[in-house]
Design a protein around this ligand. Structure first.
Ligand code: 13P
Ligand code: SF4
Length: 296
């Protein structure tokens, strides 16, 4: 299976991009593995004819928006993000109507239609920097309310308006103070994703995106990793001499839909191709490129 995938990849002039939450065998075969920001930046520099995105819909859409002339494939079309689905363009328009002077930041975990309404996009790696870059005192921020709270704490001089007020990821909000207590008994340090609840964030030693976790884990010791379980595999691959403890049930089911079999099929059939209306692509691209410009 692995040989067939490698051969198809060469024959079809494809690059395989994978998120840190993908199954170990997908991480191993990918050309590049990273967090949402790293993947967007990598997608911005693709030279191959085709991108096969092992992740979820919003990530593949972002790659397509940055590469309108390339074929972008999501191996399983149902691979979505329940957090992204909690925000609609109408909710953003309503918030803009209520707060006319506010800037609009949308988390990359959102639909292309929402990105098209936003001033700028952010990821969990750069949300604070993106919000600081805005020339507005009020900032509409969606859809993750826990990431919004993290930003609010880091940027107290601005008022962050979370839209919706309860937007959340079911994988990250399943971490509780009980998990914190258990980790404290075992010793070591807790690193949590900013999509975890505010109370868990308060008790963590470090709060970071999955890419940030890769960098922080360069420090030796035992790490309790409060994010999707497969992040443990990613960290162990990069830092084999460290110990990373993850939570058994912390599974993003959409991320697990991509398997070696569905990846091979995607390379063979070139399905499922991401297509978006031209005006959405154009408007969303402006918001994504504003974010990318902060990293130049
Ligand atoms: P990262 O950008 O930190 O990888 O997060 C993406 C995500 O979906 C978190 O649930
Ligand atoms: Fe979406 Fe949560 Fe899965 Fe990340 S872990 S892709 S936020 S459902």
């Amino acid at each position: 299976m692995i040989d067939t995938i490698q051969e198809l990849k060469r024959k079809k002039d494809a690059v395989i991009l994978a998120h840190n939450y993908q199954l170990p065998e997908i991480q191993d075969i990918a050309d590049f593995v990273g967090d949402s920001l790293e993947l967007a930046l990598r997608a911005n520099a693709v030279t191959e004819r085709m991108i096969v995105f092992c992740g979820v819909l919003f990530m593949a859409e972002t790659a397509k928006i940055l590469n309108p002339d390339k074929k972008v494939i999501l191996p399983v079309k149902e691979a979505g993000c329940p957090l992204a689905d909690q925000l609609t363009p109408d909710m953003l328009r309503q918030a803009k109507h209520e707060h006319p002077r506010a800037g609009v930041v949308v988390y990359v975990n959102s639909t292309a239609e929402c990105k098209a309404v936003a001033d700028i996009v952010c990821t969990s790696a750069n949300a604070v920097e993106v919000v600081r870059s805005l020339d507005a005192e009020e900032v509409i921020f969606g859809p993750d309310a826990n990431l919004a709270a993290f930003v609010q704490k880091s940027v107290p001089e601005k008022t962050i308006i979370p839209v919706p007020a309860t937007g959340h990821c079911y994988v990250h909000t399943a971490f509780t103070l009980h998990d914190v207590e258990e980790a404290r008994i075992r010793g070591g340090r807790i690193i949590c994703h900013p999509e975890c609840t505010r109370e868990v964030q308060e008790h963590a030693d470090v709060i970071a995106s999955t890419g940030g976790m890769v960098r922080v884990a360069e420090e030796s010791g035992l790490w309790h990793v409060f994010t999707e379980k497969e992040m443990g595999y990613r960290l162990k691959t990069l830092h084999p001499d460290r110990t990373f403890l993850t939570k058994e049930g912390a599974i993003c089911h959409d991320m697990k839909l991509t398997t070696l079999a569905t990846l091979r099929r995607a390379l063979e059939t070139e399905e499922h191709e991401i297509t978006l209306p031209a005006h959405i692509m154009q408007e969303a691209r402006t918001a994504i490129e504003r974010m990318i410009a902060l990293h130049r």
